[in-house]
Design a protein around this ligand. Structure first.
Ligand SMILES: [Zn+2]
Length: 234
């Protein structure tokens, strides 16, 4: 399994890269052909492999300037990822993805609304992405806010979108407060599964693509303390 799409796979140590190294030694954004060739399963494997590189400290050496140049005319990302606003979960970094590799939507609590759904439809139907990934995380402040029924300006309506996930966690899990981090993390995972369900329910375009196997849908939970993403299906 190649690590990323296109002319990639180079894992030479940073110190070993000479300034005059040939361009082929650098990572490249996906091409139209590479995007078309990848399957939804391979797309998920690419994200999984990227996170494994991140956790083990063996990220690909990237010439980001070269990636900017290579992607300036067009983009062919292979996945769209919805994740949280949280500063500790910069999704391209923790999945070791470069410029042009993935579409990235970030909003507190990785909640779904029509703007995010429209973005996913653009990513998959118009731009050819093969995978939708929804990635929540441990110790999430938005989840805690929903659990504690925080009221604050426009945040109130955002947190309301998370509340149905609280009901999805069995009543046997107690106490149901933000101080119980195990409960908070169960709500966060339930919220990811809820968003996955909503994507299928609310977008006929994406549902049809999923049913026909043109795209895949994956959930994930990022552990703030280890840097690991645990992926799961719906
Ligand atoms: Zn969060």
């Amino acid at each position: 399994m190649v690590a990323t799409l296109g002319e990639t796979g180079c894992q030479h140590p940073r110190n070993g890269a000479s300034p005059s190294a040939p361009a082929a030694a650098s990572t490249r954004p996906p091409t139209r052909e590479a995007q078309a060739a990848i399957t939804p399963e391979q797309a998920l494997e690419q994200l999984r492999a990227g996170n494994e590189r991140f956790v083990s400290g063996r990220m690909l050496h990237r010439d980001l300037t070269a990636e900017v140049r290579a992607s300036s005319a067009a983009q062919y990302p292979y996945a769209v990822v919805l994740s949280c606003l949280d500063s500790r979960q910069p999704i391209e970094l923790v999945l070791d993805q470069g410029i042009g590799d993935i579409f990235s939507a970030r909003v507190a609590g990785n909640v779904l609304d029509d703007n995010i759904l429209g973005s996913m439809e653009f990513a998959c139907k118009a731009s050819g992405a093969k995978l939708i990934a929804v990635i929540g995380h441990s110790n999430c402040g938005a989840i805690k806010g929903a659990v504690d029924d925080v009221q604050l300006g426009h945040l109130t309506q955002l947190l309301a979108r998370i509340k149905p996930a609280i009901e999805r966690v069995p009543e046997s899990v107690q106490p149901r407060t933000s101080r119980n981090l195990a409960f908070v993390d169960q709500v966060a995972e339930a919220n990811v599964r809820l968003v996955m369900h909503q994507i299928r329910e609310r977008s006929p375009i994406l549902r049809e693509m999923l049913e026909q196997g043109q795209i895949g849908l994956a959930g994930g939970m990022y552990d703030l303390s280890t840097g690991t993403v645990r992926f799961f299906g719906d």
